[in-house]
Design a protein around this ligand. Sequence first.
Ligand SMILES: Nc1ncnc2c1ncn2[C@@H]1O[C@H](COP(=O)(O)OP(=O)(O)OP(=O)(O)O)[C@@H](O)[C@H]1O
Ligand SMILES: [Mg+2]
Length: 461
Amino acid sequence: MVLSTDKHAVIWTRTKDGPLKMADMIVTPKQTRFSYTKEFIEYDAEYGAKYLAGGVSLLAPPQQYKTEQVTYLAKDSIPLYPRLMSMLPARNETNIQRRLYTRILEKSDLPPKPGLDTDWEILLLSAHNGIGHLDIFRDDRIAENYYNNPEQRNLLTSRSAYWKQIQAEIQNTVYDIDDDELLDAFGPTPSVGGMIPKILVAIPDVKNWQGEFASPGTKEVDDVGYVDVILKIEPIGYEGVLTLEALCLELHQELDFEVPQFWLSEIDGMRVLAIKRFDRSGEGYPIPMESFYSVFAIGDKYFQSNADTDLEEMAYRIARLGKVANMDVRAIQHELYKRLIVALFTGNGDLHLENLSFLGGAEHVKLAPVYDPAPMRAWSRHNTRFAIPLIFDDEVGGLRENIIKLGEAYQYTNKQAVSLIDEIAEKTKDYIKRVEALNGVPEQNKKLLIEIVKKERELLK
Ligand SMILES: Nc1ncnc2c1ncn2[C@@H]1O[C@H](COP(=O)(O)OP(=O)(O)OP(=O)(O)O)[C@@H](O)[C@H]1O
Ligand SMILES: [Mg+2]
C-alpha cells in the first residue's frame, strides 16, 4: 500500500460541556478506519443517554467498540464510510454547493484530483456544524481553532457575499466575487445534502417571517428570538416545488405526524421554505441524526445503492437495528407504514433512504420527524411510485392488496392495514382541490400530479 494516499482526519462533537474529540480517522482507497478517544468513551458512558449523544454511527456504538478500531471496506459506489458520504453535497453538476466548493478547491495551491480526493477535501472544508452532531477536521489544531474563534464564522445577512453568491448561482447570473472572498464566505459554512439548494441559517421565530436571516446558532437579534432552520431555495426548473412541499408538510401535520415548524416566503424575488431544525436541542446542542441509507449501508456489506432494498425488507432491517439500539421497533414500523401510505396518496415518489432518518444516539433512538415530503411525481422525470421498490406480487392482487400485504412486515394485521388505508384516503380526499388552488405551481405540474393521485386513489379503493 502506498502510504501517501492515506488521509487523516479527526472527528469532534459539541456537548453541553464544550467541544469534545470523538475519534481519529484514517481513510485509504480501500478502507475507512476510526477509533474513539478515551475521553469520548467516558463522556458517552456517563452522559450518553441523558443528552442524546451518540457515536459516529448507530452501528458503531462507543460502549461496544471502546478504543478498538472500527473498519469499513470501501466499495466503488460508497468509497467512504457511509455516515460521511451522506454529509457530502450530492455528486451532480447542478448541485450549487458542490459547484462552489469545487471552485474553491480548484483555486487552491494543490487542487485535489476528481473523485475521492475531491470528496475528501470538500468534507474537510464543509463538514462542521452541519446536520447531526459530527464535525470533521484535518487535525486537532484546526478543530480547536474553529471552536475557539466563533466570531470567524461569517456573519450572514442578505447583504453578505455568501448570500449574493448563492443568489447568482440560482439565477444563473454573474456575481463578481474574488477567490479569497469566496473562501471567506464558504470556508466556514456547512453544507447540506439533497437536490434542492439550501443553506443553514437562523430566522426570527415569528409568524409572519419577512425573509430576514442570520448565521446559524444566532439566538436573538434586537430582542427577537431566532431559531435554526434549513432554508431551501427554489431552483429554476422546479417552480412550485416548495409551495407543494409546504402543502404536504401541512397535510402531514393535520394527519398528526410529527412535523417541524416551517415558513414559506420570498427573499430577493426567490421562493424559499424555512424548516425548523430538529437536530438541535433547545439550547442549541447537536442531536445525532443518521439516515436510513447510512445505517443500511454500514450494516450490510453488499449494499450498493438506495435501490438495494425494498419496502418489505426495510421493515426487517429496522427490526434488526432494534437488537443493537434502544428503540421502539414496532412504533417506528407503524409510523413508517403510515408515511408510505400518505406518500402514495400525495404523489410523493421521493421517499428514499436519505429522506428517512434516525434521531438520537444508540441509547435512545427514534424516527426523525417528517421532512422533504414534496410530491415529486408532479415532475415527469421523478414520476415513480416509490423510490424504494415495492416488490409487487400479481397473485396477491392489485396495488391495494399488495400494500395491505406489505403491512404484515410492519406489524399490522390485514384488517388494521385496510382501516388505515381507508382512513388516510378519507383524510386526504380534498388534496386534489388543494393542489388545484395553489398559486405559483405551473399548470402542467398540477395537472400531472392530479392525474397521478386520482389514479392511485382508484387503485387503492
Ligand atoms: N428540519 C430538519 N432538521 C434537521 N435536518 C433536516 C431537516 N430537514 C432536512 N434535514 C436534512 O437535510 C437533508 C436535505 O434536506 P431535504 O431532504 O429537505 O432536501 P432535498 O434537497 O429536497 O432532498 P432530495 O435530494 O431528497 O430532494 C435531509 O436529507 C436531512 O438530512
Ligand atoms: Mg431529501
